[in-house]
Design a protein around this ligand. Sequence first.
Ligand code: NAP
Length: 383
Amino acid sequence: MRFGCYVGVSRELPLLLVDETGWNFDTGAIGRPTFTVSRAKLATMVETTRIVLASRPEGAPTAANFRTETAELPPLEDGQVLLRTLYLSLDPYMRGRMSTAKSYAKPVEVGAVMVGGTVGEVLESRAPGFAKGDVALAYSGWQTHDVADASGLRKLDPGAAPVSTALGVLGMPGFTAYSGLLKIGQPKAGETVVVAAATGPVGSAVGQIAKIKGARAVGIAGGPKKCAYLLDEFGFDAAIDHRAADFAEQLKAAVPDGIDVYFENVAGPVAEAVYPLLNTYARVPVCGLIANYNAAGRPDGPDNLPAFYSRILIKSLTIRGFIQTEFVEEVFPDFLRDMTEWVADGRVRYLQDVTEGLEHAPEAFIGMLEGRNFGKVVVRVAD
Ligand SMILES: NC(=O)c1ccc[n+]([C@@H]2O[C@H](COP(=O)([O-])OP(=O)(O)OC[C@H]3O[C@@H](n4cnc5c(N)ncnc54)[C@H](OP(=O)(O)O)[C@@H]3O)[C@@H](O)[C@H]2O)c1
């Protein structure tokens, strides 16, 4: 952290905040007209290092789409806190924010800091309920420091669980799994639930919650290492590598009673193998389409839409898209209660893929879109 200043005060000195009435130093004797400034308005100014969107990607993002810069943060106002980022969450939805394609959220402007969930330590507070040293869930984006409205923060208890879990199993991805699976998928005991990107924070929670509800969990993941982890650590009943040449046959063999819930995380060839196996009245919570996120145009090949609609009709399928925010008000308290308990008693396990240093965030993000992550991607920005 470095101190900044206005009005020619040296960088090591506290910032002199000037209000509309102007300023002076102690005596009011310097400069004309004579301004006043209260001691209470003396404050430090903090510089943040941040990664901004340098340009919009065409297809897969590259390092050239990001730029690192420093900026001075504005002084704290009432109701605000100064945060030092400890962890930054990297999530697939950020790919959508880099593009101007129509979506449920506005894109990041070129030149603006990349958005993202964070866990931050309070360095300074002008907000009731927050004190120096508190740790909070925030949305500071890809940067080392932030001035945030306290109303948008959730205070974390570092004694209850590692604070980084607020970005994963006990945060947005865990909640996405919980709400999408239970509100839309509605798995019943004895049914078969299939999910892809299954070692990620959403998929791993989907499979484990399905097991808690008495269903059979079949996970799809990229590569033998991930598949072994699904069976050995997350307790899935079967795990299939979507990169295997005979993936569709292996999947069919793994679901002898068909599929009752397909939690859609990826789309693409995985979905094409899943759909013929869906049972009558199967439910498909459509959560994510990561196989399409880097697509620059329509895929080659036949038009599958008529066959897709025909299957919906013939099998009486329920296919329902959702953005997790729609369930927050109704479901979040139940999620936090259940998931905290399940994580504490070991019924739900989690896997984190931690990258050290904000400067490595772009490569970690690009790697996640290519499936090179192994678990929930977080960047440790500071200790
Ligand atoms: N609707 C919502 O509100 C909401 C909220 C959060 C997340 N999501 C969505 O949920 C999905 C999972 O998110 P997450 O945070 O848990 O991500 P994640 O699993 O940590 O990371 C993405 C994973 O997707 C898999 N993948 C990438 N390209 C693929 C492809 N072409 N075909 C098959 N798999 C591919 C890779 O796993 P493998 O190596 O195992 O293939 C990769 O590791 C994403 O689609 C995300 O956008 C939606």
